[in-house]
Ligand binder design. Structure first.
Ligand SMILES: *[C@@H]1O[C@H](CO)[C@@H](O)[C@H](O)[C@H]1NC(C)=O
Ligand SMILES: *[C@@H]1O[C@H](CO)[C@@H](O)[C@H](O)[C@H]1NC(C)=O
Ligand SMILES: *[C@@H]1O[C@H](CO)[C@@H](O)[C@H](O)[C@H]1NC(C)=O
Ligand SMILES: *[C@@H]1O[C@H](CO)[C@@H](O)[C@H](O)[C@H]1NC(C)=O
Ligand SMILES: *[C@@H]1O[C@H](CO)[C@@H](O)[C@H](O)[C@H]1NC(C)=O
Ligand SMILES: *[C@@H]1O[C@H](CO)[C@@H](O)[C@H](O)[C@H]1NC(C)=O
Ligand SMILES: *[C@@H]1O[C@H](CO)[C@@H](O)[C@H](O)[C@H]1NC(C)=O
Ligand SMILES: *[C@@H]1O[C@H](CO)[C@@H](O)[C@H](O)[C@H]1NC(C)=O
Ligand SMILES: *[C@@H]1O[C@H](CO)[C@@H](O)[C@H](O)[C@H]1NC(C)=O
Ligand SMILES: *[C@@H]1O[C@H](CO)[C@@H](O)[C@H](O)[C@H]1NC(C)=O
Ligand SMILES: *[C@@H]1O[C@H](CO)[C@@H](O)[C@H](O)[C@H]1NC(C)=O
Ligand SMILES: *[C@@H]1O[C@H](CO)[C@@H](O)[C@H](O)[C@H]1NC(C)=O
Ligand SMILES: [Cu+2]
Length: 571
């Protein structure tokens, strides 16, 4: 006879062994093939040839579990240079697979291919992939759904179904022609003609009713909506009429759940929300709509995209469903910064954050617009006062190199490619959110910050009011950062740090710098490689609001970046 205690001991030991075996099991390998090809699609009654993955727009969903290896063979069959970025994936010691053109790799040229090879470590939730060269991400994007490890539950009830909703922007014009022209003339590119949900503008646009995303649901169920903002230049409010949403995850990190009727999502952000459907069939259908949150000086696409939430009955009643009244949600007005601030402050990590408590290096970066002189021989540019519009970090407008920074770094060939003198502070102090200085011309350069392995970094990102204050969605590659503080006006280094949240701050890869304000972030530089940081408004990135960090190898073998794969594209 075994004693009860002995049995318990055996059971505990066995379950520990099983857990150990599970944790050692490093996940499976998932293979995908992305053929980049042109495809003709019709939106707003106009057909257009667009760049797609496998002919799909939006592109295919990558599904993996935490711990899995993902291998994507990308074959370029179009006339454009292409790269793909796995937005938010940490890429631990796999920087060669990160994807931003001329930062971690040369582009995949027409007729060439490249195999992206990375594992998903310590992340679960929603991210997305998108092209990372010129403006090709307009149509080259799709969801990345990371499920928890097998047998590990969500920290909320298992949803009945998971549905990605990816927001985008649609132009009737050819966007590559448009941005190339804009970069020549110095003027802003045209705003989009529509926003989209899963590639469809929806019924609020002319000639678009049939291009409407419909979510058919059953009563009394909980759906997990994976919201992704893949739009080029617009922060978006999103709401479903007569339904509340519970936010449970942001940028593939669980958050303390909170209920809201509207969410705010910047380009580059992703978030999972729970939608609990009504217990009985309602006598109505409901619009799910998104419209912009805009604070900048420039024109923006002020239109509203919508899909329909439809309670499904038997097929016999389809006609009746179509006759049901359609209820519209009330979205905040486009400049509702009060709502935006309240919303972003609600996002807190579910677990106690691993936020660095001490800081090795502090940086103060101004982010915003500026001007640069007209390079045209005839001296005619279409920016203000015959200049070109530019954007900068600490007054440096980033110039793309002709070869990838990561290759130059890895092979010790930085000479003529980049310099390591990116300024830790702006060149002149001024009232960043007051009257701009008289000289608002930016400087140009390919400058980086070098960081020893495991440096603990704090960056205060300060918006400027040069040309106009504006919220900028700043995105960092290779890391999640902790949003330890934010505020309006000028950051005060003597007073503001005392208010930092070092306990449960949001952990993300993209943060909206408040319009006319600042945000403080911290990250631990524990991932060797070259890591891009840029505004996720594509127009600002085009104008130079971008920079790069180089994190050096550590001393141990598992702290070094391995050599590049043999098929890494060449410039
Ligand atoms: C992916 O990377 C792993 C680790 O470096 C390597 O073992 C594997 O062979 C690679 N697979 C492909 C298809 O490149
Ligand atoms: C931009 O918009 C203007 C005015 O609507 C139009 O005339 C022009 O053709 C557009 N440019 C491009 C590149 O689509
Ligand atoms: C639809 O077309 C009408 C007439 O051309 C125009 O007045 C209206 O502004 C358009 N609506 C949208 C949402 O584009
Ligand atoms: C949404 O939540 C609010 C606050 O808890 C509540 O007052 C409201 O009735 C809810 N709306 C719906 C449609 O459930
Ligand atoms: C909803 O439908 C039921 C059954 O058809 C009907 O009795 C009821 O009056 C309707 N309610 C409303 C608000 O239209
Ligand atoms: C945007 O649209 C909203 C709602 O239609 C309107 O109230 C607002 O004035 C518009 N803003 C601009 C800048 O066009
Ligand atoms: C649809 O209607 C037909 C005839 O009225 C009926 O026989 C059938 O059971 C209905 N189907 C469903 C799924 O309700
Ligand atoms: C928002 O825009 C509206 C309409 O353009 C304007 O009346 C209002 O003053 C603006 N609010 C803020 C806070 O800027
Ligand atoms: C000269 O100026 C015009 C605008 O007036 C512009 O369209 C053209 O591209 C400029 N020429 C060159 C060589 O850039
Ligand atoms: C353009 O020049 C005028 C006159 O010198 C000046 O008032 C204005 O601020 C300038 N605009 C910009 C954006 O620099
Ligand atoms: C900066 O300018 C703003 C707007 O003019 C003003 O309200 C604020 O007091 C100024 N801040 C400082 C520190 O001078
Ligand atoms: C594609 O990239 C290569 C390597 O950087 C470059 O030489 C070439 O000009 C690019 N082609 C196009 C169409 O942009
Ligand atoms: Cu920006």
């Amino acid at each position: 006879m075994f004693s009860h205690k002995f049995l318990m001991l055996v059971i505990t030991t066995l379950s520990l062994l099983v857990q150990l075996a599970l944790s050692k099991h490093s996940g499976i390998t998932r293979h995908y093939k992305f053929n980049i090809k042109m495809q003709s699609v019709t939106r707003l009654c106009q057909s257009k040839s667009i760049v797609t993955v496998n002919g799909q727009y939006p592109g295919p969903t990558i599904i993996a579990r935490e711990g899995d290896r993902v291998i994507v063979k990308v074959v370029n069959l179009v006339q454009y240079n292409v790269t793909i970025h796995w937005h938010g994936v940490r890429q631990l010691r796999s920087g060669w697979a990160d994807g931003p053109a001329y930062i971690t790799q040369c582009p995949i040229q027409t007729g060439q291919s490249y195999v992206y090879n990375f594992t998903i470590t310590g992340q679960r939730g929603t991210l997305f992939w998108h092209a990372h060269i010129s403006w090709l991400r307009v149509t080259l994007h799709g969801p990345i759904i990371i499920l928890p490890k097998r047998g590990v539950p969500y920290p909320f009830p298992q949803p009945y179904k998971e549905v990605p909703l990816i927001f985008g922007e649609w132009w009737k014009a050819d966007t590559e022609t448009m941005i190339n022209q804009a970069m020549q003339t110095g003027a802003a590119p045209n705003i989009s003609d529509a926003h989209t949900i899963n590639g469809l503008p929806g019924p609020l646009y002319n000639c678009s009713a049939k291009d409407t995303f419909k979510l058919k649901v059953k009563p009394g169920k909980t759906y997990l909506l994976s919201l992704i903002n893949a739009a080029m230049n617009d922060d978006l409010f999103f709401s479903i009429a007569n339904h509340n949403l519970t936010v449970v995850e942001a940028d593939a990190v669980y958050v303390k759940p909170f209920k809201t009727n509207t969410i705010l999502i910047t380009p580059g952000q992703t978030t999972n929300v729970l939608l609990k459907t009504k217990n009985h069939h309602p006598n109505a259908s409901f619009l799910m709509a998104a419209s912009p949150y805009a604070t900048g000086p420039a024109a923006f696409d002020n239109s509203t995209t919508a899909g329909i939430l439809e309670y499904h009955r038997s097929s016999n009643t389809t006609k009746k469903i179509n006759k049901l009244p359609l209820i519209k949600p009330l979205l905040p007005i486009f400049n509702n910064t009060k709502f935006a601030t309240k919303f972003s402050r609600k996002i807190r990590s579910l677990a106690k954050s691993k936020v660095p408590q001490k800081v090795d290096r502090r940086f103060f970066f101004t982010v915003g617009l500026g001007l640069t002189s007209c390079p045209n021989p005839n001296g005619t540019c279409q920016g203000p006062n015959n200049t070109m519009v530019a954007a900068a970090v600490n007054n440096v407008s980033f110039v793309m190199p002709n070869t990838a920074l990561l290759q130059a770094h890895f092979f010790n060939q930085s000479k003529g490619v980049y310099t390591t003198d990116f300024p830790a502070n702006p060149p002149v102090k001024f009232n960043y959110t007051g009257n701009p200085p008289s000289n608002i011309m930016v400087t140009k350069g390919t400058k980086v910050v070098m960081l020893p392995f495991n440096t603990s970094v704090e960056v205060v990102l300060q918006d400027t009011s040069i040309i106009g204050a504006e919220s900028h969605p700043l995105h960092l590659h290779g890391f999640n950062f902790f949003i330890v503080g934010q505020g309006f006006g000028n950051f005060n280094p003597n007073k503001d740090p005392a208010k930092f949240n070092l306990n449960d701050p949001a952990e993300r890869n993209t943060v909206g710098v408040p319009s006319g304000g600042w945000v403080a972030i911290r990250f631990l530089a524990d991932n060797p490689g070259v890591w891009f940081m840029h505004c996720h408004f594509e127009v600002h990135t085009s104008w130079g609001l971008k920079m790069a960090w180089i994190v050096m190898d550590g001393v141990r073998r598992n702290q070094k970046l391995p050599p590049p794969p043999a098929d890494l594209p060449k410039c």
